[in-house]
Design a protein around this ligand. Sequence first.
Ligand SMILES: CCCCCCCCCCC/C=C/C(=O)SCCNC(=O)CCNC(=O)[C@H](O)C(C)(C)COP(=O)(O)OP(=O)(O)OC[C@H]1O[C@@H](n2cnc3c(N)ncnc32)[C@H](O)[C@@H]1OP(=O)(O)O
Ligand SMILES: NC(=O)C1=CN([C@@H]2O[C@H](COP(=O)(O)OP(=O)(O)OC[C@H]3O[C@@H](n4cnc5c(N)ncnc54)[C@H](OP(=O)(O)O)[C@@H]3O)[C@@H](O)[C@H]2O)C=CC1
Length: 269
Amino acid sequence: MLDGQVAIVTGGGSGIGRATALELAGHGATVVICGRRQEPLDETGALEPHGRIAGITCDIREEDQVDALVDEVLARHGRINILVNNAGGQFLSPAEDITPKGFRTVVRLNLEGTWLMTHAVATKAFIPSGNGGRVVSVTLTPHTGLAGMAHSSAARAGVENLMKVLAIEWARFGIKLSAVAPGVVATETFMTKYPAAFRDHYTESVLAGELVTPEQVAQTIAFVVSPAGRAISGSVINVDHGHDVSQVRYPPREIATERGSIEQEARRT
Ligand SMILES: CCCCCCCCCCC/C=C/C(=O)SCCNC(=O)CCNC(=O)[C@H](O)C(C)(C)COP(=O)(O)OP(=O)(O)OC[C@H]1O[C@@H](n2cnc3c(N)ncnc32)[C@H](O)[C@@H]1OP(=O)(O)O
Ligand SMILES: NC(=O)C1=CN([C@@H]2O[C@H](COP(=O)(O)OP(=O)(O)OC[C@H]3O[C@@H](n4cnc5c(N)ncnc54)[C@H](OP(=O)(O)O)[C@@H]3O)[C@@H](O)[C@H]2O)C=CC1
């Protein structure tokens, strides 16, 4: 499906980024992954049997490192067809305790880093090639407001709108941009980084009763960048078992009937 395509996946050394790199490579793409540390990148590369994944260290918040990464990929492969902006994250904190530096740190990573990568790949590769390209940015649900993550909620809203604006402006270059917004994903980071009570609550109370897997997010990204996803641009695609529309399990345990539903209202006589 992706034979001959060259992809960059940011944050490809772990979690969703690793699963995405493996998924794209499995469909024939040559994949360059980046992150701040070399070791996780090498671990991802070792999981791919055909040598289609290589890692290059890059902090996506640093303009000179982003430029160097894109130049290196072009020098090695001569083209870039796909960019997956997956690197991101945040720390959990009540909004009133987030310092200016902490807010800036999260916005720089999620919004500015995504902009730097997207702009560099578009201007150095997609536009000069005349062939356009595909961009998918990984964001977050719920879109109704992610309590405890004010900085990240704001940044991800910015990323989703950025994808929409660029989908309009860069349609003339054949560039398609979308966001894929996962719900709660069972990555090692999610399972180990957050306080146990927070993790356990959201693990147990998600609507579907199960977490999203990294592979499910990766398969959606692969579909969007595949020939079958050619008409997708300016979209936000949730991969979240309905987390965006209902943040609690249905029905609430307290009022569940034996049939696992809610009691039906009696008809008026
Ligand atoms: C109704 C609501 C329903 C909600 C349902 C929610 C369900 C759960 C959804 C969960 C979804 C999301 C999951 C995920 O995203 S999992 C993947 C997460 N992955 C990551 O976060 C990886 C990347 N993250 C990082 O690298 C770091 O977290 C960070 C973003 C902070 C960047 O790290 P960096 O090394 O650059 O930054 P520093 O550590 O130097 O910190 C810089 C300043 O940031 C502030 N800070 C950092 N950590 C904290 C903290 N724990 N508490 C408070 N402030 C923090 C601080 O100002 C740092 O500066 P100082 O060290 O000088 O103080
Ligand atoms: N897990 C979840 O429940 C959900 C996750 N998401 C989002 O999906 C994405 C991936 O999450 P997940 O796989 O769980 O998280 P991970 O923490 O496993 O992945 C984050 C990756 O990004 C890399 N990274 C972090 N900062 C930078 C940077 N400045 N420059 C380059 N690379 C960087 C990290 O590598 P290194 O440290 O070596 O730089 C790491 O490989 C994130 O944007 C996350 O917020 C969205 C919804 C839910």
